[in-house]
Write a protein that binds this ligand. Structure first.
Ligand code: V0D
Length: 249
């Protein structure tokens, strides 16, 4: 990408309203590797470089929250060697990136059922949560062992428990109370969801939260996705928002 094009796009994006929360399904790593005759894990590694570039761009333009789908509740069905490799990535990523993320004032959070993660993975993630807890910049949610339906079922269980114990009046249950029992309580719903790799589905990612989210699908595979694609997606979102402005704001 030419520098001029990048600068123009950046200026254009910055002139308009920046989405507060952008969610991303980091899909297409395996296919990217296959296309290049490389092992699947090479695709995941390349996907980490994309992650770095997109986070840096998000911080630069002032996005408040990014949510990345890193590992779904269904991903355990992958071959054991691949799951094992994926579980090493949080540690590897944080070893490389935590310093930079601290400098950028980034807050790291994790959503999903973390109890099933390997002990080493969990301690690396917990260390990152602890280290960045008092930062005040961009928040990054990593969805790990996350499933949208499980999240909703868990919320129902918590609410039912409160009702049974007499701590919640059944007639008080509404969408606001419900949302307070989800993993990202207090976080605004995503304004924009980006799914690369050409798949046109949600795959059990944030189900409740995407009620009014704008969708951006692209056939680019995640390892090929870059700052320019990201800025274009945001620019398109800004145009849409202008057209249908006033809804949900
Ligand atoms: C593989 C492309 C960073 C998508 C990116 C365990 C799939 C690389 C993390 C990460 C994964 C998670 C938590 C955290 C810090 C970093 C990560 C997984 C996969 C699944 F606190 N990349 N990454 N986690 N990939």
């Amino acid at each position: 990408m030419s520098i001029k094009k990048d600068e123009e796009l950046l200026k254009l994006v910055k002139k308009n309203e920046i989405p507060a929360h952008v969610a991303v399904i980091m899909d297409g790593n395996g296919r990217w590797a296959k296309n290049k005759g490389l092992p699947r894990i090479a695709g995941h590694k390349a996907g980490m470089d994309t992650l770095r570039e997109i986070i840096s761009c998000a911080a630069e333009i002032g996005i408040k929250v990014m949510t990345f789908y890193a590992f779904s509740t269904e991903n355990w069905k992958r071959p054991p060697w691949e799951v094992k490799y994926l579980m090493k990535l949080p540690e590897e990523y944080l070893q490389k990136e935590l310093c930079t993320l601290m400098e950028k004032n980034v807050v790291i959070k994790a959503i999903g059922d973390l109890s099933r993660l390997p002990r080493k993975t969990l301690s690396a993630v917990n260390y990152a949560l602890e280290s960045t807890r008092n930062n005040t910049g961009l928040t990054i949610n990593f969805a790990l062992n996350y499933g949208g339906r499980t999240e909703i079922v868990d919320a129902v269980k918590q609410i039912a428990q409160k009702v049974v114990e007499g701590n919640l009046d059944i007639n008080k249950i509404d969408s606001h109370i419900f949302a307070e029992h989800l993993y990202m309580r207090g976080v605004p719903d995503p304004d924009l969801l980006i799914r690369p790799s050409g798949e046109l589905r949600i795959s059990n990612f944030l189900l409740w939260q995407i009620a009014y989210t704008e969708m951006w699908f692209t056939r680019i595979l995640w390892p090929d996705f870059n700052r320019e694609h990201f800025l274009r997606a945001i620019n398109e979102y800004q145009k849409r928002d202008r057209r249908f402005g006033g809804i949900n704001k």
